[in-house]
Design a protein around this ligand. Structure first.
Ligand code: 1PW
Length: 214
């Protein structure tokens, strides 16, 4: 069954992540943020309880969009150009947040960590049995990734929100890509691209010692 025209489909979100990587293995920030905007719509569609999770992502997307449409937008075309611009001008707080509390580097790092969670979660969803618990998949992937960076109170609230997730089949339905089999197939096609974007970002941040920015 095809999605109604104009309806939200996770396929488009994943296509945006696919469009991120250039031939030179650079990550384009435009499609990256477009992918994130779609993810937020998707999260909000899961219910009000998820809006607390998406709220911080929205703030971070907006910070990045203002750089990408601002005076120095050429410097913010790719992740690589952003990192070299901000580092060479001393625009990144490396020890603690002070004069540059919202650098592009630290803002993208937060989204990057959350992308790892998304990747693990969708991978779990794709390979799980039909009767598997989505909340358990979500909690496990969160605990294996983003949870390490969150204070206790955020971790508690997140795990409570996950309990409200629908069953695996209902979840695959919300993605709006057709039946469960089609959704699983789409995830199989799309996940390598998310993994790729994640891997390039991780390597770049490692090279520049940016993985623990405050
Ligand atoms: C169903 C799977 C969905 C994955 C989508 C991921 C959305 C991630 C947003 C999680 C946000 C939880 C609450 C906010 C915590 C912030 O303190 C934290 N932000 C993130 C993105 O982890 C850290 O940002 P900060 O406080 O250092 O500016």
């Amino acid at each position: 069954m095809a999605a109604a025209p104009g309806a939200f489909s996770l396929r488009e979100v994943l296509a945006a992540f696919q469009a991120c990587v250039t031939e030179q293995r650079e990550v384009l920030l435009g499609p990256y943020l477009q992918g994130w905007r779609g993810l937020v719509r998707f999260l909000n569609g899961l219910g009000a309880i998820f809006s607390f999770i998406s709220k911080d992502a929205v703030t971070k997307i907006q910070i990045m969009e203002s750089y990408c449409s601002g005076e120095r937008r050429e410097e913010y075309r790719t992740l690589q150009s952003m990192v070299s611009y901000e580092l060479s001008r001393g625009l990144v707080d490396l020890q603690r947040r002070s004069s540059h509390p919202d650098s592009g580097c630290r803002t993208i790092l937060r989204l990057h960590r959350a992308l790892r969670w998304l990747q693990l979660f969708l991978e779990g969803l794709r390979t799980a049995r039909q009767d598997a618990s989505t909340s358990a998949i979500c909690t496990d992937s969160y605990n294996a990734s983003l949870a390490a960076y969150h204070p206790w109170v955020v971790r508690k609230a997140a795990v409570v929100a996950f309990c409200a997730l629908p069953s695996r089949d209902a979840f695959l339905e919300v993605m709006n890509v057709g039946g469960p089999e089609e959704a699983v197939e789409m995830l199989g096609d799309a996940l390598p691209h998310i993994r790729d974007v994640y891997g390039i970002t991780q390597e770049l941040y490692e090279q520049h010692c940016l993985l623990n920015l405050p």
